[in-house]
Design a protein around this ligand. Structure first.
Ligand code: PMP
Length: 394
């Protein structure tokens, strides 16, 4: 029998725990708050069909051809114009690279910046896809806990006193998994600390446009300028299956990213870039985003009120102002992994907090997704989950 000698770098990279959990939720009896999927009712199927027909009719042979590594220039110009219009930040289209989802952005950033054992900072809890993508490069992870208003500033100072991290990866808007958004004051605090360091702030913002309550907060790029690499995505505002995201980075970094991108896959699916661009030109994206946020607001309101009605009072939970996730915390000492086993028997699923923490185990937190269940399912699921919680803690 052949002995396969895998690369060392794979030793510490694990299969996504969430994907494993999702396998357990294919049973139609199970009400699942475990997924992280946008609501498919929001996908603009007809408009994408029309855009596809149009690009094929108008420019068929070209849209099926190879294209440039950087991505379709009019799409990059569109993204730059939208940043200016919506966030007031100036980004040169030549400092935008179209990627295969923002997930690829994480891989490319790792490739161009990280050597084995380099220090990097992550939020705790942190986005699992980033933990997985960056683990491939075998960095030394330092974590800073999240509070209700954003990063724990003292912990960030402590990390920076110990080492000189190459990057700080964060999701300041409606974070996955916690749903937390950094306040403007917290952003300013983080920026003031990072300002005079060599640490690049990687601002991952796939949910920023999905605010359904309150006012938008300025991006970290407003405070830190070129010291930010900003990641964006069409996954949550158009459709994730198109696999379109982007990286904004200053030229020096962009040059390297383009080389890494070329080596990875030559360029992002050009057909899909052309379809989405056509879709954006022919449709009112703000109106579309409004429909998504109205839908998610209803679903979020329903989950929040069902939690208030059914959950034992010892369980704390967030009231997100946007995005797709709500974060609940069991009383100290109880494990959400244990709860998961009990809840599975009652046909309700969620994601236990454990995999989102690099440094801790036996965590008492859990992620609940509200964007994929009807109000009836949310009520029934929260009832079942409450019964499971009572079984665990009482
Ligand atoms: N970053 C975060 C924080 C996410 O939640 C996701 C999607 N789960 C991604 C990046 C990846 O999104 P995509 O590759 O579809 O753009």
């Amino acid at each position: 029998m052949m002995n396969i000698q895998f690369a060392d770098r794979m030793n510490n990279v694990h299969k996504s725990f969430i994907r494993e959990i999702l396998k357990a939720t294919v049973n139609p009896e199970v009400i699942s708050f475990a997924g992280g999927l946008p609501n498919p009712a929001s996908f603009p199927v007809e408009a994408v069909q029309e855009a596809t027909q149009k690009v094929l009719n108008d420019d068929g042979s070209s849209v099926l051809q190879y294209s440039t590594t950087e991505g379709y220039l009019p799409l990059r110009q569109y993204i730059a114009e939208r940043y200016l219009k919506k966030k007031g930040i100036i980004i040169d289209p030549y400092e935008i690279l179209i990627t295969s989802g923002s997930q690829q952005g994480l891989d490319l950033i790792g490739k161009v910046l990280l050597n084995k054992n380099d220090d990097i900072i992550l939020e705790e809890p942190g986005y699992l896809g980033a933990i997985q993508a960056l683990s491939i490069f075998e960095p030394k992870f330092h974590t800073v806990p999240l509070r209700d208003d954003g990063v724990d500033i003292n912990s960030l100072k402590e990390v920076l006193n110990k080492c000189n991290p190459k990057l700080f990866y964060a999701v300041p808007n409606f974070q996955n998994p916690s749903g937390i958004t950094y306040t403007a004051q917290n952003r300013e605090g983080v920026a003031n600390i990072l300002k005079n360091t060599d640490t690049i702030f990687v601002e991952d913002d796939p949910y920023g446009e999905l605010r359904f309550i309150g006012e938008h907060v300025p991006p970290m790029k407003t405070y830190l300028g070129d010291n930010v690499i900003l990641l964006g995505s069409f996954s949550k505002i158009v459709a994730p299956g198109m696999r379109l995201g982007w990286i904004c980075a200053k030229r020096e970094i962009m040059e390297k990213l383009i080389i890494a991108k070329q080596a990875s896959d030559l360029h992002t699916n050009y057909f899909s870039q052309r379809i989405v661009y056509q879709y954006l030109v022919d449709n009112d994206i703000d109106n579309h985003i409004k429909k998504i946020t109205e839908l998610y607001r209803e679903q979020r309101n329903c989950m929040v009120s069902m939690i208030e009605k059914y959950f034992p009072k010892e369980v704390k939970s967030t009231k997100p102002e946007g995005g797709m996730f709500l974060w609940a915390t069991l009383p100290e000492g109880f494990s959400a992994l244990e709860l998961f086993d009990i809840a599975s028997k009652q046909n309700v699923a969620f994601v236990p907090g454990d995999p989102f923490y690099i440094t801790k185990k036996g965590i008492n937190t859990m992620r609940l997704n509200y964007t994929n269940s009807t109000e009836e399912k949310i009520e029934e699921g929260i009832k079942r989950l409450s019964a499971a919680i009572n079984q665990l803690i009482k």
